[in-house]
Design a protein around this ligand. Structure first.
Ligand SMILES: C[S@@+](CC[C@H](N)C(=O)[O-])C[C@H]1O[C@@H](n2cnc3c(N)ncnc32)[C@H](O)[C@@H]1O
Ligand SMILES: *[C@@H]1O[C@H](CO)[C@@H](O)[C@H](O)[C@H]1NC(C)=O
Length: 261
């Protein structure tokens, strides 16, 4: 090959390589800049619809889970006089729990997915007795906007499966609660070791987590809450939800609990 031929070949190879390289770089940049945003938007839109069946099936059980909140007294003297509770809900999504909160509650939200905010406010219109204090776009692991010992009740439903660290989140919940304050949680958990479901949940977790916004099937949330050893009292119980078909079967085992600071 002459030098001229060689140069011609090099420039040909170069031009073949640059196009896919540039397209690749462009897609990479697009994903890096907007990927999380697109995923968040997709998930927020999907979740609102997917959960209708779940919420209508669970309504009565959730009602009794949250029932003791109705007689819980605020630690704040002024709020107590007015029978008002200060509640923080983490990972509220589009707002699934308004109906369980006592009338006149003051509600703060910590939710990392900003696409849920407008859906949340739309649902909140139906509950004018709940007073919104703040909607904070952040994660449960680091709720720096919320002072120590400042809320009476913390609530999470189907959230700890998705947080980056269950332990950090539970410690943050404990930090923001007043002494005597209560954390109400309602989560799906890893079935007990030795069962088929336990095994399937373990191997399915990476794919599941990819499909469902970081949701992990293999967490023993009840054991982590106890293991943190931060609460003065923990009452919790595992139960099976009455939905068993299809994907529901994977999240059949739940825990409901109340932890007191
Ligand atoms: C499965 S949805 C549950 C929504 C709602 N609580 C319900 O019961 O329908 C999980 C929620 O947790 C939120 N989430 C994910 N990671 C979180 C984190 N690190 N801290 C707080 N919330 C988080 C998600 O954005 C989503 O709103
Ligand atoms: C759950 O599964 C994920 C992905 O396979 C793994 O990284 C993680 O350690 C598992 N968690 C537990 C508590 O077993």
């Amino acid at each position: 090959m002459t030098t001229v031929e060689k140069n011609a070949l090099y420039s040909k190879v170069f031009s073949y390589l640059t196009t896919p390289l540039l397209v690749g770089l462009f897609l990479y940049g697009l994903n890096k800049k907007f990927g999380k945003t697109i995923k968040n938007w997709l998930f927020a839109s999907f979740w609102n619809r997917a959960m209708k069946e779940y919420h209508s099936t669970m309504r009565e059980m959730k009602k009794s889970h949250f029932d003791s909140m109705q007689s819980h007294k605020s630690a704040d003297v002024e709020l107590r006089k007015k029978s008002v509770l200060r509640i923080l809900e983490i990972g509220a999504g589009p707002g699934a729990n308004f109906e369980f909160f006592p009338k006149n509650s003051k509600l703060m939200i910590v939710e990392p997915n900003a696409f849920f905010e407008p859906m949340f406010y739309e649902n909140q219109h139906k509950y004018p007795d709940i007073k919104m204090e703040k909607f904070i776009i952040n994660s449960a692991e680091d709720m720096k906007e919320i002072e120590d010992n400042s809320v009476d009740v913390v609530v999470s439903t189907l959230v700890l499966c998705s947080v980056t660290s269950v332990e950090k989140s539970v410690k943050e919940v404990h930090r923001v609660l007043v002494s005597g304050g209560k954390y109400y949680y309602w989560e799906h958990v890893h079935d007990k070791a030795g069962t088929w479901l336990h095994f399937i949940q373990s191997i399915l977790t990476p794919l599941w987590s990819f499909l469902f916004d970081g949701c992990n099937l293999n967490r023993s949330i009840d054991q982590t809450v106890l293991g943190c050893k931060v609460f003065s009292q923990v009452q919790q119980k595992r139960f099976d939800i009455p939905l068993k078909k299809g994907v529901w079967g994977m999240v059949r085992v739940h825990v409901m609990g109340q932890a007191t600071k």
